[in-house]
Design a protein around this ligand. Structure first.
Ligand SMILES: [Zn+2]
Length: 121
């Protein structure tokens, strides 16, 4: 399994991705949305936890992030195979997230390779 970091400002859309399942690398037959939930940010507190003990800067940062998400950017649509679309949840998750980037894990190595060939890093 591989991971990959995307800029939140330019998340790829399915047409920019290889026609492969993001989870297992088989031929894709559809897409599936992965919600970018901020329950384990690499720095800073749990978003669901109280913000009482957090510095004002951090509070503002998380506020901005929530604003971004409230505008519908908190989701990335990934190509998946029939199996991972209808039978098994693909188990792709958010490893870490900051105000500008997100790292997804649980991606197929061949999917990441194909993404890199298309210029995504
Ligand atoms: Zn699959």
């Amino acid at each position: 399994m591989a991971e990959m970091t995307f800029s939140l400002a330019s998340l790829p859309v399915p047409v920019q991705m290889p026609p492969r399942c993001a989870r297992c690398g088989r031929a894709a037959s559809g897409t599936r949305r992965v919600w970018l939930k901020v329950n384990s940010p690499c720095a800073g507190p749990d978003l669901t936890a109280s913000l009482a003990g957090v510095s004002e800067d951090d509070q503002r940062r998380w506020h901005d992030l929530r604003q971004l998400f409230s505008h519908g950017k908190g989701v990335v649509e990934l190509p998946v195979c029939w199996w991972h679309r209808w039978i098994m949840p693909p188990m792709i998750g958010v490893k870490s997230m900051t105000e500008s980037r997100v790292t997804l894990w649980g991606l197929a190595d061949s999917f990441v390779q194909a993404m890199k060939q298309r210029g995504w890093h």
